[in-house]
Design a binder for this molecule. Structure first.
Ligand code: 13P
Length: 251
């Protein structure tokens, strides 16, 4: 019912030559995994290049960020309709690196989510708690605040095509991964929050896990009933490890 999504967030990585060999490798392997939807999220400057490399494939393209509105005096920013025009289907919203390093607050994240939907993009809303928040027993409160602020501003209907990525901040780029049970508990909590607003959307919405997902831990995470794919950073920069994760998607 929910087609698993394996998404590679390349963050601020990649030269044209590295990207060409990475995409060649992914293109070669992707047809072996038709039961997974495969998505890559390059930097803004590489989107057009990657879009051309992906032509005649089923691999999807997304951006890592967007700004509000369609155009205007916002030096350095890129709008959702610019991303749609260049061939993006998806956009990340609220990644923890943007929340912490670039001070994006709950309201801005919610506005960006709404802007993505308005532009015809599928937002991937990233949410997750820090190590301190988990240790204080605040995980559910943090997840709930991050989700409710978007539901209140954008409305639950805006979630119809959206994806949620649960990325515990303490697991991102650290080599520490949530156990499958820890991740499943939060994913089930997220789905339950959505179902309080709309049962159909809750049942069809994909919830990805992100945070040091690697070929050796992907199978046990992806086997969990509420984990519908992965948002992968480091391991998405090699075609071999990215495809090994795709191979772990349950058929
Ligand atoms: P890592 O897989 O490198 O931990 O990154 C996860 C992430 O932030 C994906 O958005």
């Amino acid at each position: 019912m929910r087609k698993p999504l394996i998404a590679g967030n390349w963050k601020m990585h990649g030269s044209k030559s590295q990207i060409q060999s990475l995409i060649d490798g992914i293109k070669h392997g992707a047809p072996h995994y038709p039961h997974a939807e495969i998505l890559v999220l390059p930097t803004f400057v590489h989107l057009d290049y990657v879009h051309n490399l992906l032509s005649h494939t089923s691999i999807q393209l997304g951006a890592q960020n967007l700004y509000l509105g369609t155009q205007g005096a916002f030096t350095g920013e890129v709008s959702g309709c610019m991303l749609t025009e260049i061939g993006c289907q998806y956009v990340l919203v609220g990644h923890s690196e943007r929340r912490t390093l670039f001070h994006e607050d709950l309201n801005l994240v919610a506005e960006k989510f709404k802007a993505a939907v308005t532009s015809g993009l599928k937002p991937i809303l990233c949410i997750g708690e820090t190590k301190d928040e988990r240790e204080r027993g605040d995980t559910e409160r943090v997840i709930s605040d991050q989700l409710q602020s978007v539901i209140q501003l954008a409305g639950i209907e805006a979630f119809r095509e959206a994806v949620i990525a649960y990325e515990p901040v303490w697991a991102i780029g650290t080599g520490l991964t949530a156990t499958p049970e820890q991740a499943q508990a939060v994913h089930a909590f997220i789905r339950q929050l959505i179902s309080q607003n709309h049962i159909d959307i809750a049942n069809t919405m994909r919830i990805l896990y992100g945070g040091s997902m690697k070929p050796d831990n992907a199978a046990s995470l992806l086997a969990m009933p509420d984990i519908d794919g992965g948002l992968i950073g480091g391991a998405s920069l090699s075609a071999e490890s990215f495809l090994k994760i795709c191979a772990e998607v349950p058929k």
